[in-house]
Design a protein around this ligand. Structure first.
Ligand SMILES: [Zn+2]
Length: 97
């Protein structure tokens, strides 16, 4: 899977683990802005994996547009987007594509 964010094409790597350890924190996803890789701990419920993909995509948008979102804001927005798309799947379809 790829996630395109403007000129950057991120390669999404779903890994068969439930989390990644990073400095004492357990993460479900990680984004590398230089190598353009998003790693997802895919050994989780599908809804968690879905939200994690959005979480890392929001980090990529945050980086590209220098939005200044903090981790908590990215987390809450990713859950909000997952919630809205679950309840309104037609919103995920871009016209003409
Ligand atoms: Zn994050």
């Amino acid at each position: 899977m790829e996630i395109v964010v403007g000129p950057f094409v991120y390669q999404v790597k779903d890994e068969d683990v439930s989390s990644f350890e990073d400095g004492g924190h357990d993460l479900i996803g990680q984004v590398d802005y230089l190598d353009l890789v998003i790693r997802i701990a895919a050994k989780n419920a599908p809804a968690v994996v879905f939200a994690a993909r959005w979480h890392e995509t929001l980090h990529a948008l945050n980086e590209m547009f220098a939005l200044g979102l903090d981790e908590s804001q990215v987390d809450r927005l990713s859950h909000g987007i997952a919630m809205v798309l679950r309840d309104n799947p037609h919103l995920g379809k871009f016209p003409g594509r």
